[in-house]
Design a protein around this ligand. Structure first.
Ligand code: 8YV
Length: 312
């Protein structure tokens, strides 16, 4: 029996590609000399797409895939997928929820601890010989602080769970209150920022959250406040963030995501009150394996039963 055809939009790990190619007749779109022309000429062959939160599937690509039935995406974000277009055409979309909650939440805690206790900055100080000439300046306590969560979804709740071990007081901002949540809902993001010591972003990216953390929110968080972003770079107005950090009107920032990845504003490199990570929230051996398996399991369920396991 011939293998079902899959169009793969962008590269993933060698292991994933090997496992995908074992079960499917895979066309790597990014390896075509001219992917746009290739899609125009051959797009009608594909009913299945494998992609990732990074590479997505645009409206233009969907237009060139008239027979597409399902998209199985690696990652939990879907801001790079033309979801409305796909929904209108009845195309199924699956992501990889839940399996990455713990690792992304762990990283958010790491960023909170680093930016307050200045782990990386004090280590840089030690390596540069600074300790021989004096002590590192005092940092700030993490335990017992006020935690404002922006987006109390699966990952936000995993952060809250961890924060209870640090005796933190929690409030959150969402588009609407989460039913049965024991935490105080704050309808105004500015008010949440004014209250919080840490503002942790765990909301989806996309138009609805674009630049919701703006200059006003950062000013409300204030000179001792810290913003941690494990969501999408687009959620923060990056220019306003750089200005607030440079002027000291914001205390610090722990950032795993940026507006124009992999480009990071160079002005941030000069600052010691930031920790900058190359989008590694889910990047552990264990979690990435589970994500790969879930992408494959979604494709398999769709081929066998016409159903996705973890549809959007
Ligand atoms: C992905 C992510 O690993 O899940 C997401 O949405 O941002 C990361 O976990 C990455 O985007 C893969 O493309």
């Amino acid at each position: 029996m011939s293998k079902p055809k899959v169009l793969q939009v962008g590269p993933l790990t060698d292991r994933f590609q090997h496992n995908l190619a074992d079960r499917y007749d895979v066309t790597p779109l990014w390896q075509q000399p001219d992917p746009k022309t290739f899609l125009k000429m051959h797009g009608a062959q594909f009913e299945l797409v494998a992609t990732s939160a990074r590479f997505g599937c645009s409206a233009e690509q969907l237009a060139a895939l008239p027979n597409l039935k399902a998209i199985s995406s690696f990652g939990v974000g879907y801001d790079s997928i033309a979801v409305d277009v796909a929904r209108d055409r009845g195309i199924g979309i699956s992501t990889t929820p839940d399996v990455l909650n713990d690792c992304v939440a762990d990283l958010a805690m790491g960023l909170m601890i680093d930016t307050s206790r200045k782990l990386a900055a004090s280590e840089r100080f030690l390596r540069a010989g600074g300790w021989l000439n004096g002590n590192f300046p005092l940092a700030r306590r993490v335990s017992g602080k006020r935690l404002g969560i922006v987006g109390l979804g699966r990952i936000g709740q995993a952060v809250v769970k961890r924060s209870s071990g640090f005796d933190m007081d929690v409030r959150y901002h969402n588009r609407s209150p989460v039913k049965d949540s024991p935490y105080t809902y704050e309808a105004s993001l500015v008010e949440l920022a004014r209250w919080a010591d840490f503002l942790v972003l765990t909301c989806p990216g996309g138009a609805a959250t674009h630049h919701i953390v703006n200059a006003e929110v950062l000013a409300a968080l204030g000179p001792t406040g810290i913003v941690v972003n494990v969501a999408r770079g687009s959620v923060i107005d990056e220019q306003a963030l750089v200005t607030a950090l440079q002027n000291g009107t914001l205390g610090g920032a722990g950032l795993d995501v940026f507006e124009a990845e992999p480009k990071v504003p160079e002005a941030l490199f000069a600052l010691d009150n930031v920790m900058l990570l190359p989008h590694v929230g889910s990047a552990t051996e264990e979690t990435r394996l589970q994500m790969e398996e879930l992408v494959l399991a979604n494709l398999q369920a769709f081929v066998e039963r016409g159903e996705l396991l973890t549809p959007l």
